[in-house]
Design a protein around this ligand. Structure first.
Ligand SMILES: [Zn+2]
Ligand SMILES: [Zn+2]
Length: 126
């Protein structure tokens, strides 16, 4: 019983790391999304659907080179896509290059949270 303590993960610390990672990702995503929405007309680059303040949350920023850390301020790596076209875009990519990109880029818009899974997994070990 007492020897287990050593191998238990520090959950408070893990929670903090997870929270920090989420916040950093949210802040980064907020900032490039805000820039992209200022730079481009609110129109989906695939289906040409138009957006306004009532539904702009369905307009997402796609990274042309699929690297969401590559955010040049001139917007050359961004493309505004509606949720549906964005999904389609990544479906095509998934067939070629695995799922790492869509998880990183779309994490905020989906219910899949890799860090939450990790925390849950570690808790099971208690
Ligand atoms: Zn579209
Ligand atoms: Zn994308």
């Amino acid at each position: 019983m007492t020897t287990r303590k050593k191998v238990e993960p520090d959950l408070a610390r893990l929670d903090r790391v997870v929270a920090d990672a989420r916040r950093a990702r949210d802040e980064r995503e907020q900032s490039y999304r805000g820039q992209a929405l200022k730079l481009f007309p609110w129109i989906c680059g695939r289906c040409a659907r138009e957006f306004d303040h009532t539904n702009v949350q369905e307009l997402t920023v796609h990274h042309k080179n699929h690297n969401h850390d590559h955010n040049p301020p001139d917007g050359s790596n961004w493309e505004l896509l509606c949720l549906y076209c964005h999904d389609n875009e990544h479906q095509r990519q998934l067939e070629h290059s695995g799922s790492a990109d869509i998880r990183g880029e779309r994490a905020r818009n989906s219910t899949h949270m890799p860090f939450a899974d990790l925390a849950a997994l570690l808790r099971k070990e208690e």
